[in-house]
Design a protein around this ligand. Structure first.
Ligand code: ATP
Length: 659
């Protein structure tokens, strides 16, 4: 390196970079400084991850055969309490830290736990020994109680720090187990609150995953704004097969029976449980679990199941003399099926602490071996059933081959000119010409699932995005480019962003933002609009951007339903068309709660829906003015926002949105 270069680089950095610049974070400090590394962010999803961490520990006690009951209680003040009747977190003094109880070590030390070996737990969801300490670090208050040997112990913490030693507080003759009660810190999670509906679903799905546990749900009624029950008891002796039956809800399937079963692993600790249906009309739904932890990105257990299914169906094809069955792929069997697979395995490995994907290599082989025999029996025990499934799968294969042939004829000049690379999450439409097509950008995978079933395959594409996207107005260009959700949107639209943005190569005629009809939904829509205003203003100018208008209420009277956008619309309908009638009013919790037919009718079908087109008023013709406005409204400096509100409060700006 030349001396000049040395000189210039030294002057470019501010302050000293020397040994003293290197920080070592102690105790739980790294969790508070970089929560994303431990819980994947600080948004609503991450907040709910805290609930999973504590519930997973209680489930581990149940799966290990020590707890039979778990209680999940949400109270005002965003306080969540999870109680189990398991063995109780050990309270004795820890051999390595003689002045601390094991409980205190567990709650205040990363990588402390009883699941590193298989002595205390055979097939646990916990393995990193960080879960509950992370919850503790990110909570303004944590109270842990343990009832053990007829005595009750308690210790309280704040932001990870003990508020006194572990105390014996009395006799507990009729109680055993652990209670963890915590209030997430608003310094970390801002205004995000636990959502009763989300916790209710979480508690219920855990009960489906382990027949030996009863889970009790309780929520302060004033926290509930939808039809989530305030109390419920979940116990499902039928396990996943019950869960799937509820999901399929009588829809017609290729075979009347589901393919379901449970099988201990041969030559290893653990087992697999699965339930699969092949509905005639579905874009598929896949739920993967490992030691009761949802692994939405699948992984090696998924791979094992795919292999078992594809090998099984090919062998059956050969048995009944269908030659082309040898070309069936795993996707032909799996696309459009609805399945749940839950494995219990020793020492599972996940891709990260959020455990979205299972990576244990042996899971593939164990699951394949566990499922394969059962699948062969499912196909051959009733040959009509086997043939019905084979013909359904062969249809899929034919469709795939036809699509492949079509692709060679090339789809869309615009996109094939640049190498077509689409995000995996996009469910594209089949039309060749962008004219008349639409892409729905949908909040959340569950809403995405409903939208996929509700769409018109030919003209409507669905891109689910996860939670709140990055606020581009307060992010650096580098951060924007690195954001996966944003990369997916840019890729799906195919028209480039910023100075590369060329609206002529947009792959769809309309871009429709479709979010829940609540405050969170409005926030997500705002962030998306900010993105379009800032990164692709040309698209907005040309009128490509729209907001969907999902309803908030369904009003049913005499077997007929009408839908209301908001409270005012509901009141108007009740006072006019429905006046004097007996009306049943139900509120939609979110898009994902609507069934596909409802979603299609109310929000997606061009014949019955209404859309709002987003336009820029005349004075924002030039790009600098748009940037300035976006920056004032959504940028880093709240003072700008405040000034804007003061300047504009008198004339609420209806021009920005043109119905
Ligand atoms: N409800 C409980 N009952 C009994 N022991 C518990 C309970 N909750 C936690 N523990 C003990 O505390 C340890 C640490 O828990 P923690 O949640 O920090 O990590 P983990 O479950 O081991 O792993 P992971 O970080 O993957 O969740 C556990 O390994 C277990 O020994």
């Amino acid at each position: 390196m030349s001396e000049d270069l040395f000189a210039s680089s030294a002057s470019a950095t501010s302050g000293n970079y020397d040994a003293s610049s290197i920080e070592v974070l102690e105790g739980l400090e790294p969790v508070r400084r970089r929560p994303g590394m431990y819980i994947g962010g600080t948004d609503e999803r991450a907040l709910h991850h805290l609930a999973s961490e504590v519930l997973d520990n209680a489930m581990d006690e149940a799966v290990a055969g020590h707890a039979t009951r778990i209680e999940v209680t949400l109270e005002p003040g965003n306080r969540l309490t999870i109680v189990d009747n398991g063995r109780g977190i050990p309270v004795g003094m820890h051999p390595k830290f003689p002045d601390k109880s094991a409980l205190e070590v567990i709650l205040t030390t990363l990588h402390s736990g009883g699941k590193f070996s298989d002595k205390a737990y055979a097939t646990s969801g916990g393995l990193h020994g960080v879960g509950v300490s992370v919850v503790n670090a990110l909570s303004v208050e944590t109270v842990v109680e343990v009832a053990l040997n007829r005595e009750l112990f308690r210790q309280s913490f704040s932001k990870g720090h003990p508020q006194g030693p572990l105390q014996k507080i009395g006799a507990a003759p009729n109680r055993r187990g652990t209670s963890v009660s915590f209030v997430p810190d608003t310094e970390i999670f801002g205004a995000h609150h636990f959502k009763p509906a989300r916790l209710y679903r979480l508690a219920r799905s855990k009960a489906y995953l382990f027949a030996g546990v009863e889970i009790r749900w309780k929520c302060a009624p004033e926290l509930i704004s939808d039809d989530t029950p305030a109390e419920a008891v979940f116990q499902f002796p039928g396990g996943l097969a019950d869960h799937l039956a509820e999901q399929i809800a009588g829809r017609e399937c290729a075979t009347k029976d589901f393919f379901s079963g449970t099988q201990d692993f041969a030559g290893a600790v653990g087992r697999a449980e699965w339930a699969i249906a092949w509905p005639l009309w579905s874009d598929g739904s896949y739920s993967w679990y490992a030691n009761t932890i949802p692994t939405p990105d699948g992984g090696t257990h998924e791979a094992g199941l795919r292999t078992a299914l594809v090998k099984g169906i090919r062998a059956f094809g050969e048995l009944v003399g269908v030659k082309k069955a040898k070309d069936i792929t795993a996707d032909d069997v799996m696309t459009g099926c609805e399945l749940m697979l839950s494995v219990f395995i020793r020492d599972p490995q996940f891709q990260s602490q959020t455990k979205d994907r299972l990576t244990s290599p042996e899971a593939a082989r164990l699951v394949e071996a566990a499922v394969r025999d059962h699948f062969d029996h499912f196909l051959t025990d009733n040959m009509d059933r086997g043939k019905a499934l084979l013909s359904y799968v062969v249809d899929r294969m034919d469709e795939r081959l036809a699509r492949k042939a079509e692709k060679e004829v090339k789809r869309k000049t615009a996109t094939s000119a640049r190498k077509l690379r689409l995000p995996g999450k996009l469910t594209d439409c089949s039309a060749d010409d962008p004219a008349g097509t639409e892409i729905f950008i949908v909040e959340g995978d569950s809403a995405g699932g409903s939208a996929k079933q509700a769409r018109d395959r030919k003209t409507q594409a669905i891109l689910p995005i996860r939670g709140k996207i990055l606020n581009v107005a307060s992010a650096t260009a580098q951060k924007i480019l690195a954001n996966q959700e944003i990369a997916d949107i840019i890729q799906a639209l195919g028209c480039g962003a910023r100075k590369d943005c060329n609206p002529d190569t947009l792959r769809y005629e309309r871009i429709v933002i479709m979010t829940d009809a609540d405050v969170d939904g409005a926030h997500i829509a705002t962030l998306l609009m900010t993105f379009f205003f800032q990164e692709m203003p040309e698209l907005v100018k040309r009128g490509h951007l729209f907001l969907a208008q999902p309803p908030l209420y369904r009003l049913t009277s005499g077997g007929k339903s009408v839908y209301a956008r908001d409270d005012a619309h509901k009141d108007a309908l009740l006072a006019t068309t429905l006046k004097g009638k007996k009306v049943d009013v139900s509120r939609f919790k979110g898009l994902g709660e609507m069934n596909p037919a409802q979603l299609r009718e109310t929000t997606m079908d061009p014949k019955t829906r209404s859309l709002i087109r987003i336009v820029l008023p005349m004075e924002f013709e030039d790009q600098a003015a748009v940037r300035d406005l976006v920056d004032r409204l959504m940028g880093n400096n709240p003072a700008h926002r405040f000034a804007f509100i003061q300047e504009n409060a008198a004339e609420v700006d209806e021009d920005m949105i043109d119905a």
